[in-house]
Design a protein around this ligand. Structure first.
Ligand code: ADP
Ligand code: ZN
Length: 206
């Protein structure tokens, strides 16, 4: 099964992808995570893209497409993939269609005016990588699961969120029509508790 998760920043793609990959035993590929890992390790790629990411813009297509192409060649992708954050524009979608087209595209829909609060409330654990929201856990400093220190992502500030939403509207949202025309698009209400969104996503996949 080859699945693409589509949705605005903060729509919960990463959260749903983590749940889904566990349930379906599919390789979870998050381009955002791959880039952040490169930034943490200060690789050549990481140094090149840090400012782009923190500013909320898209990394170059050439680089992004090549990273995904190589990742999809790894053995854990034999039975398919779960792509989270890729494709993010039409050029990327066409590149994916040329080599490894998805079976289904799931759009996580959340009204734009709810997004800023979701993103600026996001907290991540430096130890176990879990993601939380202050609307659920309150403004605490340590991870409710493991006690690790919580941190805020470099691009989860109000200015960058603004730019990411603009990029989503102009570059990524056209993919909704693109996949609708292919009969592959399924839209799920993502403005609900995590478990309820997950139920709807599973319904779509069955
Ligand atoms: P979010 O969906 O919350 O914005 P992601 O982790 O998916 O978070 O992406 C974070 C950032 O990584 C993006 O704002 C962008 O700069 C970069 N990025 C991720 N995926 C892509 C992609 N497919 N093409 C270009 N840039 C990307
Ligand atoms: Zn933790």
């Amino acid at each position: 099964m080859k699945i693409v998760l589509l949705g605005a920043p903060g729509s919960g793609k990463g959260t749903q992808a983590a749940l889904l990959s566990k349930q379906l035993k599919l390789a979870h590929i998050s381009t955002g995570e791959i880039f952040r890992d490169n930034i943490r390790r200060k690789t050549e790629i990481g140094l090149k893209i840090k400012e782009i990411i923190d500013g909320g813009d898209l990394c170059p297509d050439e680089l992004t497409i090549e990273i995904v192409r190589q990742r999809l060649l790894e053995s854990d992708c034999e039975n398919g993939y779960l792509l989270d954050g890729f494709p993010r524009n039409i050029a990327q979608a066409k590149a994916l269609d040329d080599s490894n087209a998805p079976d289904k595209v799931i759009e996580l829909y959340i009204p734009l005016q709810k997004i800023e609060k979701r993103i600026t409330g996001r907290r991540l654990c430096s130890k176990c990588e879990s993601s939380f929201n202050t609307s659920v856990i309150g403004d605490v400093k340590v991870c409710p699961k493991c006690g690790g220190e919580l941190y805020i992502r470099g691009d989860d500030n109000a200015e960058s969120v603004h730019e990411r939403l603009a990029v989503y509207e102009s570059q990524t949202a056209p993919l909704i029509d693109y996949y609708k025309k292919q009969g592959k698009l399924f839209t799920v209400d993502a403005d609900l508790p995590i478990e309820e969104v997950f139920e709807s996503v599973l319904q779509v996949i069955k």
